[in-house]
Design a binder for this molecule. Structure first.
Ligand code: C5P
Length: 193
């Protein structure tokens, strides 16, 4: 049976970095599900039609990592029909051999409630803003306001809000280096393999 790892958490908490490292370490496939919503937001027009028309090439568009693309993503991600269109693809991705890591907001709660490991990755707001601002070369104060706005929208929406699954392991990366955070996640996988 394939091993599925669900990683959720607010923006810039470290979940993408941990997801990539786990996939590499265990030879699993990785899907950054935020990219699906970023691509739908960037396609413009009717978001439901954009979600239906989404192709793998759309995930390679330049600019999808920008703060603006993140805000557009979180707006289309609040539309239940957009989320519904993307569910099957994510669930099929999750059950590939030998395993898959998916990171997002609703992986442990909605997409893969049966995942063998669910991680909920958090970090202090200022720490997350500083990390993302350094990555994108933008002002940390502006980034902090943007992250908070996006987290509030993601946590307050009616459909698949940002939440830890009841059985998720919470990993706070505020005071951890990347290597330390990855080592903790690796240990949690090894316990369950
Ligand atoms: O993870 P990332 O910051 O790229 O996600 C962009 C936006 O996509 C999030 O703010 C959220 O609104 C949405 N998203 C979601 N569900 C997921 C992944 C991302 O609603 N599983």
């Amino acid at each position: 049976m394939p091993f599925t790892i669900a990683i959720d958490g607010p923006a810039a908490s470290g979940k993408g970095t941990i997801a990539r490292a786990l996939a590499q370490r265990f030879g699993f496939l990785h899907l950054d599900t935020g990219l699906l919503y970023r691509a739908v937001g960037a396609m413009g027009g009717d978001p439901v039609a954009a979600a239906r028309a989404l192709t793998p090439e759309d995930l390679l568009r330049p600019g999808l990592r920008s703060a603006e693309a993140g805000q557009a993503a979180s707006r289309v991600a609040a539309i239940p029909e957009v989320r519904a269109v993307l569910v099957d693809f994510q669930r099929r991705f999750a059950v590939q051999e030998p395993g898959a890591v998916l990171d997002g907001r609703d992986i442990g709660t909605v997409i893969c409630p049966g995942a063998q490991l669910k991680l909920y990755v958090v970090a202090r707001d200022e720490t997350r803003a500083a990390r993302r601002a350094a990555e994108l070369g933008v002002d940390p104060t502006e980034m902090l306001a943007q992250l908070r706005e996006r987290d509030a929208r993601d946590a307050d929406r009616a459909t698949a809000p940002l939440r830890a699954a009841p059985d998720a392991v919470v990993l706070d990366t505020t005071a951890l280096t990347i290597d330390e955070a990855v080592a903790r996640a690796v240990a949690l996988v090894e316990d369950r393999l």
